[in-house]
Every structure is written in C-alpha cells, then in structure tokens.
Design a protein around this ligand. Structure first.
Ligand code: SF4
Length: 397
C-alpha cells in the first residue's frame, strides 16, 4: 500500500474516533487543521495514526527524497549575557574562564580549514557577548565572502540580533539590511524556544520576546532572505503551548513566506538548571514531528537534527513527516553534546549519511542551504560499496 492508500484505509476504519476521522479527511483534502484540532492530535492521536497522516503529506510533497547538506559550524563564543534555564552550553560572564570568545581572525581560520572541501554552508551560532557586536559580525561576513564568495553564510538568531541592533541603535530592518549587505545570506531557526509568555518567562526570561523574534524574521523575509524556525519541546510546556508556537509561525509564514524549514528541538536535561525535568520519550519525539508536519501546512520542510536525537531516531523520523536530517557537521558543534545528546562527537561522512538514508528506503539528496540539489545520490555507488560486491566465495570440493 502506498501512503495515499494507507490514509484512505485509515479513514474507512469504522472504529476511528469521529474527530480524528475529520482531521484525516482534512489532510486528504489538503485543508488546514485548526488550533483545537492540533491540540486534539497531541492529546488523543496514537503514533500509528499520526504516522499515516504525516507520511502522506511528506510523500505527497517530496516522495522519498531526503535532504542533507555538507556544512560546518562556527560557535564564536559560549559565554552569554543571558540566563536561559535549559541552556547547557553557555558560561555566564562570571564563569568566563570556562568559556571561549573567538576573534574574527580565529573564525576565518576555521573557514580556511575547509578550503578545497566541498562544503556549501557555514552555520554560525553561539552565545551573546558585548564584544561580538554589529561591527564584529559585519567585518567577519565581509572577510568570509572575500575569501570564499560561494560559501553560504547562515548566521545567528534573533537572540543575538536583537541585542546587537539595540546596542547599535538600529531598527530590526536596518540592522538586517546592513548585515545582508555585508554578506549574511540567511538565518537559522534558533532562539524560538516556546513563544507563549507563560513558558518563555520561566525558561528564557531575559532574552528577546516572541514578538521580537518573529519581527526579526519578518524583516529578513522582507529583504528576500530565507530563514528557519525551531521549537524547544518536551519540558514544562503543555501541548497547547506547542500548538500556539506553531500557530504564530504559521501566521507569519502566511504573511511573509520566508520560512523554509521547521526544526523541533528536543529538550535535554544534562548540565543545566532544569535537570529535574524528565526528558520525553522517543515516541513523543516522533509524535511531535508528525504533528508539526500536519499543522505547518505552509512550511516546505521538517528537519530532524540527527546529532541531537541519534541516528536511529533520525531514520525513524523519516516515516513521521521529516524530509531533512541536516548535515555532516564534522564535529564542529558542541551545542548538542553539551546538552546530553547521544552523539558526543557529531560527525558523519557523506557516505555515512547517504547510507543512513538508504537503509530506510529513502532517496538521499545533497542540497544547498536553499534546497537546490547539489548531488542526487540515487544510484551513486561509493568505492567501498563496489568492493563489497566482489568477495570471492570459497570453493568447496
Ligand atoms: S540558550 Fe542561547 S541565549 Fe540562552 S543562555 Fe544559552 S547561549 Fe545564551
């Protein structure tokens, strides 16, 4: 049975709950589900039901295609003026001796390490410190572009930008325009956490608000830039807070159309101020991916960070709405490992990523940041794979 037949079969099940049947029919008819239906899915839908709906949407849009990219990260600092309770990464200003703060030359040295390597993107994010201001990043973006013009710079989040623009006395639009002209290409999705103030106040009380986060993305979209969005789930929020979060993103996307990808981020409880909060199960991770795929009908892609959720869960997520599993990383990020992710040294070769995707019968495609196809791996045979086919069988007389 293909994904469409599975959905029809599910809708025809006479024992299916009436509201779940109605939601499934909406998905079949490409209609948007409402806020209360999103909450109903979280509260009442089983994983198998969610998988059928989410996989139908995923395959309708992308077939078996599964995207990844070849990127590396720069984390300019792990010192931060803010105090997010879930953060395992930052060292407050007072713990500065445990932290690092790079200068522009140090960041460029990392870029130069990849000279001649077929990476397409540098992903930059980290803490917030006064020294890394507007002039600092404009200088880095310019020099990075001079050195390697085709490398896509996906950098910082509204958390950093709100701080930087305020200090520079620039509006969000003026600040984004200035940095775009310096070389910034797009923005990753971090810093969103949970938008609703009831939760945001408790876990991230002193950084940019939901409205400020959304406005900075909107200004970037006005300038023609593409951005991503995240949601930190599985801690003290209720299900309806997650739906509220996605609703705010869906509304902005209706207006601006600049989001590419939604990335649910699982809360991890190692070495932070929320160690007493238990982590949710893998089942809940998969349910959450699926509901995101169903709710965010105007987002093209749903991404799972394999380095955060483990390779096995990333493979499973491809049947629950996910069509992108991020990049090779090359062990250049500490954000996941410091929070207690399964991958403590996150790096995968292109071949490993391709095999991970193929092993669950999906079709691997290397993309650039804007989802242009770099290499279609259908039918591509790696050298080591070829060798495997030529084992000589022992001759038994
Ligand atoms: S999550 Fe980001 S903004 Fe918050 S403390 Fe950590 S590094 Fe700073």
């Amino acid at each position: 049975m293909d994904a469409k037949q599975k959905l029809d079969f599910l809708i025809d099940n006479p024992h299916l709950d009436a509201k779940l049947k109605q939601i499934a029919e909406k998905v079949r008819d490409k209609q948007r589900i409402a806020f209360d239906e999103g909450v109903y899915l979280y509260e009442h839908a089983e994983l198998s039901y969610l998988g059928v709906l989410a996989n139908h949407i995923r395959e309708d849009r992308h077939g078996d295609l599964t995207y990844f990219n070849r990127n590396f990260h720069i984390e300019p600092t792990n010192v931060c003026v803010y105090d997010c309770k879930f953060c395992s990464y930052s060292r407050m200003i007072k713990q500065r001796e445990e932290g690092w703060e790079m200068d522009v030359d140090g960041m460029l040295d990392i870029v130069k390490k990849y000279d001649g390597e077929p990476v397409t993107e540098v992903h930059i994010t980290g803490g917030v410190v006064p020294k890394q201001n507007l002039a600092f990043y404009a200088d880095f973006f310019q020099r990075c572009k001079e050195h390697r013009p085709e490398l896509h710079i996906k950098a910082l989040t509204p958390v950093e930008y709100y701080y930087i623009f305020k200090k520079a006395k620039l509006s969000h639009y003026e600040g984004m325009k200035f940095l775009k002209e310096a070389g910034l290409d797009s923005m990753p999705g971090g810093g969103a956490e949970i938008f609703h103030p009831e939760i945001r106040q408790q876990i991230a009380h002193d950084k940019c608000t939901a409205d400020q986060w959304l406005d900075i993305h909107e200004q970037a979209h006005k300038l023609g830039m593409h951005t991503n969005a995240t949601m930190l789930y599985g801690h003290i929020e209720d299900f309806w807070h997650r739906v509220d979060h996605m609703e705010r993103l869906r509304s902005l996307q209706d207006r601006s159309g600049g989001f590419q990808t939604f990335i649910p981020l699982k809360f991890r409880n190692k070495d932070n101020q929320m160690e007493n909060v238990p982590e949710v199960s893998v089942i809940e991770d998969l349910r959450n991916y699926a509901i995101a795929r169903i709710y965010l009908d105007n987002f093209s892609h749903i991404k799972a960070y394999w380095a955060m959720i483990s390779r096995d869960t990333a493979q499973m997520s491809l049947s629950f709405g996910v069509d992108d599993i991020d990049g090779t990383l090359d062990d250049t990020t500490k954000i996941y490992s410091m929070a207690g992710a399964e991958e403590q040294t996150p790096a995968m070769s292109t071949q490993e990523l391709v095999e991970l995707i193929r092993n669950v019968d999906r079709h691997p495609v290397e993309r650039d940041t804007l989802y242009n196809v770099v290499t279609d791996y259908k039918g591509v045979v790696f050298e080591q794979e070829q060798k495997k086919n030529y084992y000589a069988l022992p001759v038994v007389n």
